[in-house]
Design a protein around this ligand. Structure first.
Ligand code: NDP
Length: 268
């Protein structure tokens, strides 16, 4: 792959998990990488681990001014060429009939609005810098239903559509926009599930390539979509999931049975 030397990249949520893996991968090819997140301690520790040309700025992707500041910081550090809209997660779980509406709103705010704000400010800066690439991290919960995941899959479906909309609007300006839908990847988000137990077994039974993903699996795909090697690809959302999307969404009933009544979950 070509060198990214002289270029700059921003990775939101780059202090841990998939974002940290993406930051490391872009750094390895020579980019100056800026990571952002809400916890300064986490970011400081990540920059120490990353070494090289890594830096951080505290920024919450749901706060427009903070997103603009994070993009501006990355743009100061080299020719801005890549934005990885990775920050995301979920506070919303449970059957639709008993969802907590505030948790639903918070998850949409984080995944859908946070990604929109990152694309909004990131795209402006990329256009000013002469063009580049945005890669958004969606989820297999967008392509395959995950029962009782509340707003999560819905908010990631919004990310997928944002990718297409942004790609259509921004191609003219030399900005490509693509997305990745990870399957289960070993990070804090799935701690306790990815190591052992019936949910893990179910995941593996749904994957033609039956293993839990690592952040590096996602980072390789991000690197490709962020760099010049994919210069004629835009508007794509690729599942990086061991083929899980070919089968069905995972079965979380063993976990949710302890949290909700049988009636709420199964209607009996
Ligand atoms: P982690 O929880 O390890 O990392 C999430 C990172 O995002 C943290 O560093 C966190 O830092 C940051 N973050 C959370 N909220 C915000 C916010 N409001 N503003 C800025 N940063 C924020 O999870 P993953 O690495 O697993 O998740 C990364 C992405 O991958 C997410 O979008 C997730 O939905 C997606 N994904 C993950 C899968 C998996 O199996 N792990 C599967 C499918 C998709 P801080 O709390 O300090 O802000």
């Amino acid at each position: 792959m070509s060198s990214l030397k002289g270029t700059s990249a921003l990775v939101t949520g780059g202090g841990s998990g998939i974002g940290l893996g993406c930051a490391a991968r872009l750094l390895a090819d020579g980019a100056a990488v800026t990571i952002c997140g809400r916890s300064e301690d986490r970011l400081r520790g990540a920059v120490e681990r990353l070494g090289g040309d890594a830096d951080y700025i505290v920024a919450d992707v749901t706060d427009e001014k903070q997103v603009a500041a994070a993009v501006a910081r990355a743009a100061e550090r080299g020719t801005l060429r890549a934005i990885v809209a990775n920050a995301g997660g979920s506070t919303s779980i449970g059957p639709l009939g008993s969802l907590d509406t505030e948790a639903w709103r918070a998850t949409l705010e984080l995944n859908a609005t946070g990604t929109m704000l990152t694309i909004k400010h990131g795209a402006r800066a990329l256009v000013e810098a002469g063009g580049g690439a945005i890669v958004a991290i969606s989820s297999i919960a967008s392509s395959n239903t995950h029962r009782w995941f509340g707003a999560y899959g819905v908010s990631k479906a919004a990310v997928d559509h944002l990718v297409q909309l942004a790609a259509d609007e921004l191609g003219h300006f030399g900005v490509r926009v693509n997305g990745i839908r990870p399957g289960m990847v070993r990070t804090e988000l799935v701690a306790g599930i990815a190591d052992t137990g019936p949910i893990l077994e179910d995941y593996l039974s749904c994957m033609p390539l039956a293993r839990v993903g690592e952040p590096e699996d996602i980072a390789e795909a991000v690197r490709f979509l962020a760099g010049p090697e994919s210069s004629w690809i835009t508007g794509q959302v690729i599942n990086v999931d061991g083929g899980h999307h070919l089968r069905r969404g995972p079965d979380y009933s063993s976990m949710f049975k302890d949290m909700f009544t049988e009636g709420d979950l199964f209607g009996h």
